[in-house]
Structures are given as structure tokens and as C-alpha cells.
Design a protein around this ligand. Structure first.
Ligand code: DC
Length: 430
């Protein structure tokens, strides 16, 4: 289960623009629930039904299937298999959606679908009753407003830009009518949840609103994730001790740089990567609980998957900027966990140090946490009583990574800085 952000408010308050931006920035999935009501409105209009008549709409529901799919990360809505995403944005369908949304059976019909979508992933869901009915336990609830005149102006500009012929007066009339419908219907009326934060966007820029909501999400992450349950800490300690005993028995392990061991959680441990023993070699010596970034393929192996998950391992896809993996990493760090990762993204069979991917620098700078380099060395193949040297280096502060705008060049240079520090440690191991 991920973090849920419920974004409610009247038509034209800027919900979808804001939600899309936040989703893109934070790697959340954006769910536009209005599109679901609009699809039902469209179906009703196409079938010549009176959109405010429960008697006429009810029999249609059994013939409707609505689905949200993501094409190139953009949400598209499918009505009985047909992509209707663009057709549902006309003033006629807006009003039809508002009418059908007042019918309790329609709301009931869409309730399960909305909750199912919210079940997985970090999501930001916009609508009218998300914070009050659909996701009453959402960690972040925002109620966006703006004056009707400002909302009408925004909608007018948007429709004109799309080439639709509309007048400002008609739009304002529509907005007032829909506000009235949405707020006065009996079932799930548009209403601010008691625990929602209200943001009046009339005089705010899009970026200002996005920043305010991002702050709320950050605060929720800190609030929610601060406490690591005691049983998990205990289990982790027990597994560490067992792994330590087994490893010391099998190998001849030396640890160097004790003075550089992290003195708290929420740091990144970054090592060179030769075998799957590496995360264990680091874990044995670092007493603070860590999460582990592991290649996605490992999660296809049933027993291994469970073990990795038990020690807070999460998958990363190596051939793309894996946004959800990066946000998992951030989430763990904000929870107070360390993050153990191997910046090269893959094992080096011959022991040579490769180039870092951008992940390590990105996470360090996004979370403002230091990177602790770790050099792991041994000669030849790992076999019984093989001498292994593991050296912990001085931490690299986020300032040393010199990242200001998260550009590719900055991330690459910072990644190189981390890898060269790891290389120095490997060399010092002899
Ligand atoms: O957000 P929108 O303008 O696309 O929504 C279209 C209509 O659907 C709106 O008039 C109210 C209704 N709606 C609703 O009742 N509940 C939701 N969660 C989303 C939309």
C-alpha cells in the first residue's frame, strides 16, 4: 500500500492540472475520477437517456464497463473498450456527468473501481468525495477552491485553446449550476472533509499550489513513517546476528574504517558490487536497519522474493529511470531506514569498478542525506575461508555531490564522485 492523496474541490479549481504535476514530480499515479462519471454521462447521452433520471440511468449501468488505463504514463478512460478520453470534455458531457453523479446507484457503481485503483501505488486522486467517502483514510487530504469567476475564466481559456466555441458567460452559468448540483445532491455531496486542508487557488500560480501540496505530502511521509515497528527492528537484528555468525564461519572477513560507520539511520550505503553476498557483508557491520534496492528480476524467484521483502528489499528496473523505485527509496529513508545500494546497478564479475547510474546521486540530493562509500575486495572466486576486506569510507555529504538542479550532467558527475571514493577504498584494501 502506498501513500494516498485525496484532492477534492469544485469544477475548475485546478485539480487535474495540479494532480498531474504532482504525480509526475513524485512518481505517484494520478487518478481522475471525474472521467469515470463523464464516461457514464456520455453513455447516457449517446443512448438518449435523461441524465438526471434515476429510472432511465439505472438500467444502463449493467451494460457499462469503465476502465482507466495508462498509455505513456497518461491516464486514458475506456468506455466499453473505446477510448473516450477526449470526447468527454465538452460542456454537454460535463453537465451530463454532474447529473448522473447525483444518482446513488452510479456512485455505488464506481466506488469499488476507485478503491481498487487506489489499493496499490502512491496515488493522487481527484474528485468530489475522495476525502470524505472513497478514501476516508487518505494520509493527505486537500480541498482546492477558487472563486466561480476565476474557475470559469480558466475553463474558458482551456476550451478555447482546444478550439471549442464557447462564451465566458455560458461557462460561468454552467459552473454555478454544477456547483449547485454537486454541493446539494443527497449522496456524497461536494464537501470539505473535516481533516482536509483548504487551499484557495484564486491568486496562486500552479507551481505555488503544487509546492504547498508537496509540503503536505512530505509532512505526511515524515509523520507516518517515522516509527519502525519494534518487531521488525528485532527481526532484522536477529537475522543480522545469524548472517554474521554464518559468514564469519565460512569466510575470513576483515572490516576496516570502523570510525566511519553510520551513527544513525537515514543514510545511503553505497558499495561496489561483486556477488549477492555484498549486501549481507554490509548489513553484518551496520547496526542500523536498512532497506535494499535490488534488481527486479530477483523478485521473480518465489522464496528469494519473500526473503528480500522481509529485510525491506524493493525492486528496481535497471534499464530505465525507475520512478517508483526511486520514490520507494526516498520513502524508506524518510522512515528512518538506511538504504543499501550498488550504484553501478549490476555486478562486476572481474572486480573492476564501473560507472554509477544516476540513482545514488538523485536519492542523496532529493533526501538531503550523506552517502557512505563501502569498498569490498577479495581475490579470485569466493570460496571457503577466502579473505574478504570490507572498508567503510568517510561519508560524502549532499553538498559535496554538488547537485543544484538534478540535471543529467550533475547526476553523472556526482555518481562518478561516489564511485571514485569507492574505488579508493577498494584500492586501499590491497
Ligand atoms: O472533475 P470533473 O469536472 O471532471 O467531474 C465531472 C462531474 O463528475 C462533476 O460535475 C461532478 C462529478 N464527480 C463526482 O460527483 N465525484 C467525483 N469523485 C468526481 C466527479
Amino acid at each position: 500500500m502506498g501513500l494516498k492523496c485525496a484532492l477534492d474541490g469544485p469544477s475548475g479549481a485546478g485539480k487535474s492540472t495540479i494532480a498531474k504535476k504532482i504525480a509526475q514530480k513524485l512518481g505517484f499515479v494520478y487518478v481522475d475520477t471525474g472521467a469515470l462519471y463523464r464516461s457514464i454521462g456520455l453513455y447516457a447521452v449517446r443512448n438518449g437517456a435523461k441524465t438526471d433520471s434515476e429510472e432511465e440511468i439505472l438500467p444502463l449501468l449493467k451494460d457499462i464497463s469503465v476502465e482507466l488505463k495508462y498509455v505513456d504514463d497518461v491516464q486514458r478512460v475506456f468506455l466499453n473498450g473505446e477510448d473516450v478520453s477526449d470526447m468527454i470534455r465538452t460542456p454537454e458531457i460535463s453537465m451530463a456527468a454532474s447529473n448522473v453523479s447525483a444518482i446513488p446507484a452510479v456512485r455505488e457503481f464506481l466506488l469499488g473501481l476507485q478503491r481498487d485503483i487506489a489499493e496499490k501505488n502512491d496515488i493522487i486522486m481527484d474528485g468530489r468525495d475522495i476525502g470524505t467517502v472513497i478514501l476516508p483514510n487518505a494520509e493527505v487530504k486537500v480541498f482546492l477552491t477558487a472563486t466561480p469567476e476565476e474557475r470559469a475564466r480558466r475553463r474558458y481559456d482551456e476550451l478555447v485553446a482546444k478550439g471549442q466555441e464557447v462564451t465566458y458567460e455560458d461557462i460561468l452559468k454552467d459552473i454555478n449550476q454544477r456547483d449547485y448540483n454537486d454541493s446539494n445532491r443527497k449522496t456524497a455531496p461536494l464537501k470539505k472533509a473535516d481533516d482536509a486542508v483548504e487551499i484557495d487557488t484564486t491568486k496562486m500560480s500552479v507551481d505555488e499550489v503544487v509546492d504547498s501540496i508537496e509540503e503536505l505530502i512530505d509532512a505526511a511521509k515524515r509523520r507516518d513513517f517515522k516509527v519502525i515497528p519494534a518487531w521488525r527492528i528485532r527481526l532484522y537484528s536477529i537475522l543480522r546476528v545469524i548472517a554474521g555468525a554464518v559468514f564469519f564461519l565460512i569466510f575470513d572477513i576483515r572490516y576496516k574504517g570502523k570510525e566511519n560507520l553510520p551513527k544513525s539511520g537515514s543514510v545511503i550505503l553505497a558499495g561496489n558490487h561483486r556477488t549477492w553476498f555484498d549486501p549481507v557483508l554490509i548489513a553484518i557491520r551496520v547496526k542500523y536497519i536498512s532497506s535494499y534496492m535490488a534488481k527486479a528480476e530477483l523478485f521473480d524467484v518465489p522464496v528469494l522474493r519473500s526473503i528480500i521483502k522481509l529485510v525491506h528489499g524493493f525492486p528496481t528496473r535497471r534499464n530505465s529511470a525507475d520512478v517508483s523505485s526511486l520514490s520507494r527509496a526516498e520513502e524508506f529513508i524518510r522512515k528512518g531506514y538506511n538504504l543499501t545500494m550498488f550504484p553501478e546497478g549490476t555486478r562486476s564479475r572481474d572486480g573492476k569498478i564501473g560507472r554509477a547510474r544516476s540513482g545514488v546521486a538523485y536519492i542523496a540530493s532529493k533526501c538531503g542525506v550523506p552517502v557512505y562509500p563501502v569498498g569490498i575486495s577479495y581475490k579470485g572466486h569466493l570460496c571457503f575461508r577466502r579473505k574478504i576486506t570490507v572498508t567503510f569510507g568517510e561519508p560524502i555529504s549532499p553538498e559535496e555531490l554538488k547537485i543544484n538542479n538534478l540535471t543529467k550532467t550533475e547526476l553523472r558527475a556526482a555518481g562518478e564522485r561516489v564511485m571514485s571514493r569507492i574505488a579508493e577504498l577498494v584500492e586501499s584494501n590491497g
